[in-house]
Design a protein around this ligand. Structure first.
Ligand SMILES: [Zn+2]
Ligand SMILES: [Zn+2]
Length: 445
């Protein structure tokens, strides 16, 4: 009997040790659970909720974490708009001394009408903030992220003997609107849970083959700031411009003058974008309108560059308007929104995780990727770079389609597209394996 017991003990230990040897046992655990994760993924995909409305999604993720033994707090988040409820959730699992590692998933979906034709297509419709009915879709893959996140939580609870520290699994609402991370921090997140020593997230990437992960050291995503500009002139008859101050001509000059910020005022070594995405004014051929409204997005990596670009926009708008002779009481109105900070992947943390990823997935499945000027609010969890943080990319497309797309130059349906359809199984396997390996490395005994 004694010998049998010892043999059974050894058998029980082997798969766990295998995680550190060649990843075999983690693969076996993933094989065992993949069918249930695919069901979770499809269910989440068919029940997307808009930003600020993640009530059922957050309750589901919280419930799953609770079943795994996490101490869960729900309804975290304070928005500036008090009508929105905070649906942030946090699950904490304390497992001895050691670092605190935060793993983030987003919870929200987008107002997009799905056109993938998949059997688990979302048919959800809901009213948006303006009371208009919109279709809703997980067109950014946050359902892939949530499923990988729950799979990772399960793997780590089963592998508790291999790590020591505190695991914080965080579900963030309102990523798409860029205000969810800040809403959670504003609600005293870091005093109600252990403040993390590291923060990690993943995001799926249609341009990358499923089975692979990508990494970008340093600045990976830009800050995004929305700006509304109202240029006020003096309206009049289209036949008598001398009696008016034409805001359309002034707006046109402003749009052109803004182009000199990036090209002439900014260092070429500091990436920045100033885009005028919307311009509206006037009603018909022969009326000079009273005002023209512009909407801009500004993207930068560094905060000092963002501040300088915003100051330049104000100076140029006011200057062009003054040059046109528009009186002071018709000065332009410039509104700068809260915005989203940039994402900085702490290079030492990235280096460390790349080693863990290569061990888990093989060298050929871990690739460096260029930074981009899209944005995401995960960076706020680093408290302005004080906490080492990184987001890594999770390949989501059939390798044959990626190859075809690269050869033809025709891009695959991207994030936020009505046709975005990540390949579920290999993507979820890789997401769970990569994230579990990353946390095990940061908290290894
Ligand atoms: Zn998105
Ligand atoms: Zn996203």
């Amino acid at each position: 009997m004694q010998n049998i017991k010892i043999a059974l003990c050894i058998l029980a230990i082997i798969p766990v040790l295998g995680v550190n040897v060649n990843g075999q046992s983690l693969d076996a655990m993933i094989d065992r659970d993949i069918a249930s994760w695919l069901t979770t993924y499809r269910n989440l995909h068919m029940a997307p909720e808009l930003s600020h409305r993640e009530e059922k999604t957050s309750a589901f993720v919280a419930g799953e974490l609770r079943k795994l033994g996490f101490t869960v707090t729900e309804r975290i988040g304070k928005y500036q708009n008090e009508q929105w409820l905070g649906y942030g959730i946090v699950g904490v699992l304390k497992n001895g001394p050691g670092p605190t590692v935060l793993v983030r998933t987003e919870l929200d979906a987008l107002p997009v009408e799905e056109k993938t034709g998949l059997p688990y297509t979302s048919n959800v419709k809901t009213k948006n903030d303006l009371g208009v009915e919109v279709s809703v879709m997980h067109a950014c893959g946050h359902d892939i992220h949530m499923t990988s996140f729950l799979g990772t939580a399960k793997m780590l609870t089963e592998l508790k003997s291999r790590w020591s520290g505190t695991l914080v699994m965080l579900g963030q609402p309102a990523e798409e609107t860029g205000d969810g991370a800040n809403a959670m921090l504003r609600d005293n997140l870091y005093t109600s849970i252990p403040k993390p020593d590291f923060a990690i997230a993943l995001h799926d990437k249609p341009e990358l083959e499923t089975g692979k992960v990508g990494y970008t050291p340093g600045y990976a995503m830009a800050s995004a700031t929305s700006i509304d500009i109202k240029i006020r002139g003096i309206g009049g008859h289209g036949s008598a411009p001398e009696l008016a101050k034409d805001p359309i001509v002034v707006a046109a000059q402003v749009v052109m003058a803004l182009q000199t910020i990036v090209s002439r005022e900014n260092s070429p070594l500091d990436p920045a974008v100033v885009t005028v995405g919307s311009i509206h004014g006037g009603t018909r051929y022969n009326i000079i309108p009273d005002e023209v409204n512009l909407q801009l997005t500004v993207r930068t990596y560094k905060e000092e560059v963002r501040k300088r670009v915003l100051a330049s926009i104000e100076r140029i708008v006011k200057g062009v308007v003054a040059t046109a002779g528009i009186p002071e009481d018709r000065a332009p109105v410039i509104k700068i929104a809260e915005g989203t900070g940039s994402t900085y992947n702490e290079p030492k943390l990235v280096d460390r995780l790349v080693v863990a990823f290569k061990q888990a997935l093989g060298d050929e499945n871990v690739v460096q990727m260029p930074p981009m000027m899209a944005s995401e609010d995960f960076g706020y969890f680093s408290l302005d770079h004080k906490i080492p943080a990184t987001i890594f990319w999770l390949g989501a497309s059939d390798p044959a389609k990626v190859k075809q797309s690269r050869e033809s130059g025709v891009p695959l349906p991207g994030l936020h597209s009505a046709l975005f359809a990540p390949v579920p199984e290999p993507t979820l396997r890789t997401g769970v394996k990569a994230m579990t390996s990353a946390v095990l490395d940061l908290m290894k005994k």
